[in-house]
Design a protein around this ligand. Structure first.
Ligand code: KIV
Ligand code: NA
Length: 265
């Protein structure tokens, strides 16, 4: 398999080949999902929730994201590595945004960044893409906007639809190479996908998108707490892990482990 590049991803839309993206936050997971053949690995700020245990993604810092990005990059994946920009890394002006996005490539070794926001972030996205830092947009349900939205709710229903469409268009015009459409009605996602030249990567956005992205913990069944409607579980690892731990505890307690086989003479 050849190393995935930004131009390859644009070509995939033109040729009608679906783009597959999964998140990863560490070295072993990055190796495993890359072996599964994903086109891109998103080091998402969802790490704040599924890895660090926060309520939402707002507490995630640049330093935490860099730590995850570096671990993923060490897996040398064929997949494109995209670093998610945490809350407030790009919001307080172009200079700050450029510095932080630059760090993801220079220190982290990522190949692209992802920034939440539409028309409101277009000026900043333009500044970053003009400095040759590839940007993936993210519109619709943007989890960093949880307080404005009043929770994680589908965006772009009824009279909100045109605003989401404008956001997606603004992100493309600002130079983004792709855009995540999260939590929007399937019909709206289809309209946006048809309108844009850049690939749309959907999550809870229906089947018409040019690609799909999911959180790795969700598809592996590692987070037992909740499972949103848009997630499909491809494995159920949580009970396997608990059972392995339970067996280990039981065998140490009753003296079944370790035996001679696991000991040095
Ligand atoms: O942080 C994340 O994992 C994301 C994807 C779900 C799009 O932003
Ligand atoms: Na994110």
């Amino acid at each position: 398999r050849k190393k995935m590049t930004i131009p390859d991803m644009l070509l995939m839309k033109q040729e009608g080949r679906k783009v597959t993206v999964l998140t990863a936050y560490d070295y072993p997971t990055a190796r495993l999902v890359d072996a599964g053949g994903v086109d891109a690995i998103l080091v998402g700020d969802s790490a704040g929730v599924v890895f660090s245990g926060h309520e939402n993604t707002l507490p995630v810092t640049m330093d935490e994201m860099l730590y995850h990005v570096k671990a993923v990059v060490r897996a040398k994946p064929k997949a494109l590595v995209i670093a998610d920009m945490p809350f407030m890394a790009c919001q307080s002006g172009e200079i700050e945004a450029l510095k932080n996005c630059g760090r993801m490539l220079q220190e982290g070794g990522a190949e692209a960044v992802k920034i939440e926001g539409g028309s409101n972030m277009a000026r900043i996205i333009r500044a970053i893409t003009e400095m040759d830092i590839p940007v993936m947009g993210h519109v619709g349900l943007t989890p960093q906007s949880v307080h404005r939205m009043g929770g994680y709710k589908v965006q772009g229903r009824k009279d909100q639809a045109e605003r989401i469409l404008e956001d997606a268009h603004a992100v493309q015009e600002a130079g983004a190479f792709a855009v995540v459409l999260e939590g929007v009605p399937a019909k709206l996602a289809a309209r946006i996908t048809e309108m844009l030249d850049i690939p749309t990567i959907g999550i809870g956005a229906g089947p018409a998108c040019d690609g799909q992205v999911l959180v790795i913990h969700d598809i592996l069944g590692l987070c037992e707490k909740y499972s949103p409607k848009f997630v499909k579980r491809y494995a159920d690892l949580a009970p396997l892990i608990t059972e392995a731990a339970r067996q280990y505890v039981s065998e140490v307690k009753d003296g079944t482990f370790p035996t001679e086989e696991h000991s040095f003479s």
